[in-house]
Design a protein around this ligand. Structure first.
Ligand code: HEC
Ligand code: HEC
Length: 493
């Protein structure tokens, strides 16, 4: 495990034996160490009614829904709970939603995602919008999972990502009464099996359907709703003007590939050989699946290794940076008699137009839709700042940590005494249950940098920043005591 040092905050080894005092929990929350999801009284509707342009053969044949696992409302509801449940990771700090964030088109804004014990994934997380449509059906950048049903069980067992065996998962979920109800609703009996977990997760992923973007509105009105710039971008993308060939690989109104998997010339040789790393065949080097471009403006960074931070960089890459490679897909090769990789020679306005066009594929409703949101309890800064003075006193902080502890089971609190710094043992991130025995300890007093016995919001955000970095479960944000508006201290999705 990497050792993390943040100035002023001490981290050191401590065994589980250093038992910590768990402070009494507020009455209204009860001493549940186990978060329970909040779901609507009536089952939400997950069976999307598709618009006509999704019913055409070109898109319909991309639909990877198997006949024996159609999306049902109860199945997708169970899938959503599983998707956001940190119980699916060994130390209960990471859920699928930690790396597939709703506001990022179910991708991860970080170049590489952080798994349960702080380790990084090898590749950039993939956006899941419209994952339901992919003609070759297979999943992952290198298509190593033949179906979505196979794919969804892999992150759970992956030692970097969630690190949990399926038998342990089944017995852990079987101990939660609310799961019995959810499995009964979805599958007719409370029995929990990894097959049912897989089906439900796949149903939820397939329910992440985007059909109501500005682009979709445009389909019905011949794009009269587009600005001139967006329309220029659309025509460039489709190859109706200029040399770009985007739609040959990002095709159909789902903007996903047809029957081929492609090499788009990122480098030569490829560091990560994609399909070639699995098959060992040179002719497979650099072949990568690309997910639908829907919500692509939200899912930065880009490519299997997250090498591009912005869509502008992506467009500049296609304009001038495609690298000649023996496996380079034909649409990106120079037109004979020229050799090597295609050069688009786009003007600045054309490049901007391509970006503007890709932004019409953003589905703001989908990424704000409660049906797809984390159903587990959330905590806000202002909930902690009881007297709304813009500061969190130690009493308030204790309560905050309690709340956090109660909801997520991932932090234990201890006592803090300003006077005798050496005696405190508070604010421990519990990593003792993971195979890695390192337990990181952050001290309250280290956060209270001016030693006045209170943690102000700056100090608190530093603690939270640190905590966030370590455990990937909290995001920090701005807090405005005056207006009561804050966006901080939500559990990381
Ligand atoms: C620690 C971060 C992390 C967690 C946790 C995680 N994923 Fe992923 N996910 C990734 C990364 C990274 C990839 C791409 C990996 C690759 O292709 O090698 C990915 C790929 C996928 C894909 C493939 C999409 C496609 O179009 O091929 C699906 C589907 C998916 N994840 C669903 C899930 C589900 C369901 C869970 C929870 C059971 C989950 N993920 C948990 C990081 C994560
Ligand atoms: C020959 C097929 C091909 C063509 C033509 C093509 N792309 Fe791609 N595109 C891909 C592949 C393959 C990837 C994923 C490559 C990787 O990650 O290694 C990709 C990735 C992307 C991504 C990043 C997606 C993500 O989720 O990270 C964007 C954005 C993109 N392409 C836009 C475009 C635009 C705009 C054009 C036209 C200027 C274009 N592409 C032309 C095959 C193609």
């Amino acid at each position: 495990m990497r050792k993390i040092g943040l100035p002023g905050l001490t981290s050191y080894r401590r065994g589980l034996a250093a038992a910590l005092i768990i402070i009494g929990v507020r009455g209204d929350l009860h001493a549940q160490t186990s978060p329970v999801p909040t779901l609507p009284a009536q089952l939400a509707n997950y069976t999307a009614v598709l618009p006509p342009h999704f019913l055409v053969p070109a898109v319909a044949q991309q639909d990877n829904t198997p006949a024996d696992n159609p999306v049902t409302d109860a199945g997708a509801t169970l899938g959503k709970v599983l998707f956001y449940d940190k119980r699916l990771s060994d130390n209960q700090t990471v859920s699928c939603g930690s790396c597939h964030r709703q506001e990022s088109g179910f991708s991860d804004p970080r170049r590489f995602s952080i798994g349960l014990a702080g380790g990084l994934t090898d590749r950039n997380s993939m956006g899941l919008t419209n994952a339901r449509w992919y003609q070759r059906r297979a999943f992952f950048w290198d298509e190593r999972a033949a179906t979505l049903e196979v794919q969804v069980l892999q992150p759970i067992q992956n030692t970097v990502e969630m690190g949990l065996s399926l038998p342990t998962l089944v017995s852990r979920l079987s101990a939660e009464p609310f799961y019995a109800n959810l499995f009964t609703a979805a599958f007719g009996s409370p029995t929990i099996t990894s097959d049912r977990i897989s089906r439900a997760l796949a149903q939820f992923v397939r329910s992440l359907v985007s059909t109501r973007t500005k682009y979709d509105v445009g389909v019905g009105v011949n794009f009269s709703n587009f600005t001139p710039e967006e329309n220029l971008g659309r025509r460039l993308f489709n190859g109706e003007t200029g040399a770009a060939t985007c739609a040959q690989c990002h095709g159909t109104d789902n903007f996903s590939p047809g029957p081929r998997i492609n090499n788009n010339g990122l480098e030569n040789p490829y560091v990560d050989k994609g399909v070639g790393a699995i098959s060992g065949r040179p002719q497979d080097e650099g072949l990568f699946k690309v997910p639908s471009l829907r919500n692509v403006a939200l899912s930065a960074p880009y490519m299997h290794d997250g090498r591009f931070a912005t869509l502008e960089e992506v467009v500049e890459f296609y304009n001038s940076g495609v690298v000649a490679h023996p496996n380079l897909s034909p649409p990106l090769r120079a037109r004979p008699p020229a050799q090597g990789a295609l050069r688009l020679n786009l003007t600045a306005a054309e490049k901007a137009a391509l970006v503007a066009f890709m932004k019409t594929l953003t589905d703001t409703a989908l990424v704000a839709d409660e049906r797809f949101a984390d159903p587990f309890p959330k905590i806000n800064f202002h909930d902690a700042d009881l007297n709304r003075d813009g500061r969190i006193s130690l009493g308030e902080l204790t309560r905050l940590i309690d709340l956090f502890n109660t909801c997520y089971g991932s932090v234990r609190t201890g006592s803090y005494a300003v006077a005798t710094e050496a005696n405190e043992d508070g604010f421990v991130v519990d990593r003792g249950r993971s195979t890695d025995s390192v337990v990181i300890l952050t001290r309250y007093h280290a956060a209270d940098s001016n030693r006045n016995g209170k943690i102000d919001l700056t100090e608190l955000s530093r603690v939270m920043e640190f905590y966030n970095y370590r455990s990937n479960t909290i995001r920090t944000g701005a807090y405005h005591a005056s207006s009561g508006t804050e966006d901080g201290f939500a559990p990381g999705p």
